[in-house]
Design a binder for this molecule. Structure first.
Ligand code: DGL
Length: 272
């Protein structure tokens, strides 16, 4: 048993979509979340910048005594999982891409046409295709970067015609041309527009990596004997810029009882 919290992080509020599935599966677990809202989006930045930011956040979470780190961000998982594991060899660190790749390999075959929408950095990394094809080389995979979607989501522009038009701008041709039947939401912000996508393209089977990671974490905590029981730690959400949108989004997607929201500017390096 281990009652320390699990650390989660993302460039902003997208990684919040990983929390509900995890807490539904494991209600005794407690979490510390860090959203780098001051520096979002990561998805069009240089991999070296993303690595610097991610190591800073991991240091912060480790300083808070987390028992595991979940990289609730595809972009970070795509470009700096090995560096994070190397820096903290004694802490389990879980990226979001592998569990989703395993799900695709298990549920799809060469008769499917799998599409992946993501940030530019995840797209350029080719990590999704590589991991899926290691497990199932025959599955046809097609990818497209959708860089305008994250800033709109961070702005809370979701149930809105502008969002629908932006989704169509990226996806109409992509889906038709490649005859996509299965879509991976390759960015943790995208579950927040899942309903828009389903409404526009009801024929798609949607795979949400934020859901896949919950069972992966549960398995790893169980195997390592790290599950929590009756922890009195209060779920805590840090943001590097405590924007109204961040707070609204927490209120919108959570029903997890008591939690605390706090501001933490990593550039000022203030440890409470
Ligand atoms: N939510 C992130 C991801 O899964 C990053 C989005 C961004 O900051 O561009 O890739």
């Amino acid at each position: 048993m281990d009652n320390r919290p699990i650390g989660f992080f993302d460039s902003g509020l997208g990684g919040l979509t990983c929390i509900s599935p995890l807490l539904s599966a494991m209600p005794d677990e407690r979490i510390i979340y860090f959203g780098d809202t001051a520096r979002t989006p990561y998805g069009s930045k240089a991999p070296s910048t993303i690595k610097t930011f991610s190591l800073q956040i991991a240091d912060f979470l480790v300083h808070r005594n987390v028992k595991m780190i979940v990289i609730a961000c595809n972009t970070v998982s795509a470009v700096c999982l090995p560096e994070l594991k190397e820096r903290y060899p004694d802490i389990p660190i879980v990226g979001i891409i592998r569990p989703a790749a395993e799900k695709v390999a298990k549920t799809c075959n060469k008769g499917n046409s799998v599409g992946i929408i993501s940030t530019k950095v995840t797209y350029k990394s080719g990590v999704y295709e590589r991991l899926i094809h290691q497990l199932a080389p025959d599955i046809p995979i097609h990818t497209i970067p959708c860089p305008a979607l994250v800033p709109l989501i961070e702005e809370g522009i979701i149930e809105n015609e502008i969002m629908d038009l932006s989704i169509q701008y990226y996806m109409d041709h992509f889906l038709t041309y490649h005859k996509i039947d299965t879509l991976i939401l390759g960015c943790t912000h995208y579950p927040l527009i899942r309903e828009n996508i389903s409404k526009l393209y009801p024929f798609l089977d949607i795979i949400d990596p934020a859901r896949e990671i919950a069972s992966h974490v549960q398995k790893q905590l169980t195997e390592s004997n790290l599950l929590a029981r009756n922890s009195d730690f209060e779920n805590t959400f840090y943001a590097s810029d405590l924007s109204e949108n961040f707070v609204n989004m927490i209120n919108r997607i959570f029903e997890i009882g008591k939690f605390r929201v706090a501001f933490k500017n990593l550039d000022l390096d203030i440890y409470e």
